[in-house]
Design a protein around this ligand. Sequence first.
Ligand code: NAD
Ligand code: ZN
Length: 388
Amino acid sequence: MKNSDLSKHVLVSLGDRSYQVLIQPQILPQIGRVLQDVGLSGRVAIVTNPVVNELYGRVVVRALKRCGFSPFLVVIPDGEKAKSMYWLSKILDELVTQRLERQEVVLALGGGVVGDVAGFAASVYLRGVSFVQVPTTLVAQVDSSVGGKTGVNHPIGKNLIGAFYQPRVVVVDPQTLQSLPKREWVAGLAEVIKYGMIADSKFFEYLEQHVDDLREQAEDVIPTVIRRCCEIKAEVVGGDERESGRRRILNYGHTVGHALETWGRYKTWIHGEAVGIGMVQEAGIARFLGMCTKELVERQRDLIQDVGLPIAMPSMSFAELWGAMQHDKKVVKGQINCVVPTAIGKVQVVPLFQQRIRQWFIANQAFRVKRLDPVRQGVGRPRLSKKK
Ligand SMILES: NC(=O)c1ccc[n+]([C@@H]2O[C@H](COP(=O)([O-])OP(=O)(O)OC[C@H]3O[C@@H](n4cnc5c(N)ncnc54)[C@H](O)[C@@H]3O)[C@@H](O)[C@H]2O)c1
Ligand SMILES: [Zn+2]
């Protein structure tokens, strides 16, 4: 790879497990070269789903063959249900049948679901084979493919079984986002806004100034946005790979967000939509605790709403919200470690008892009744305000 190319990429610095996130439109046809450059060879198990296989399977297979690799496909179903012990086991069956060897490769081609389950398979098969991430959704390109969290769901809760296992390289082709359903694109923008909120006020301002570009998926801003998100994630993960400290800031919006996903049985909102609502609510908690200004709450809410995300809480009781929060890994001894913003670009982790959250919820509910917000807004909704 040329040095000029490297400047566009992001290094995840983890000692001898460091790796590059390569972000480049039209990089898919060059993926064989990329794998050669990081020292890989032999067979490549491409784990994907039927949707992504149809769109990008052929180009990846061809590019790998051209560089002397022997790829084969392992196709799992579309959707969150594929992130299960059953499908993990199916992938492993295929790797065993094909006798994939230690120095060979598992490559995840798809969104976060494919990346999480394929990464976990790579981590346990022969106690670990080389793993390559080729994310094709916005969520996967800015979040799940970087940082090494892999795993599957348990019927009782999400992501309860897994491992930290870093890829050898992450190959991001922003061009693949052009085929993404609008709803998936917009949902990914919640995670993008999250990075501005937790770590970079200038980036947040950039997003405010490019709302129309974001809504319209403008090709010239997408690589810049992905790169900044990956830089922030790489910096956070590089300092705290196993989430014992700073990495927890990445959970901003996810305490309420995960609870809403659980409460809605993963049908009402997709992940990013729930995170968008979660960020609005968690900024509300910060305001309630006197930790941030009203202006922060409003600026963040406006941006989330303007990109087309829902912002309103559904009509639910406190018992339902609290109950849904209990499955969260962030709950320790009845306290919830909630990430709250103190300024744009700055967050803090605060342990909150049930009583405190109840007080916020009651105050917040009174506000909601007054405003008569609809349960769902957002996707496809005309813009209400325009920031310059
Ligand atoms: N490991 C982590 O750090 C981490 C971080 C965030 C999220 N996640 C996990 O990621 C998962 C969500 O990921 P997701 O939002 O990418 O969902 P997903 O993988 O289900 O993909 C969303 C949909 O888009 C389709 N798709 C993928 N790429 C496409 C393309 N280029 N064109 C058209 N359609 C395409 C998929 O087939 C699917 O239907 C969740 O399971 C979540 O827990 C993990
Ligand atoms: Zn998330």
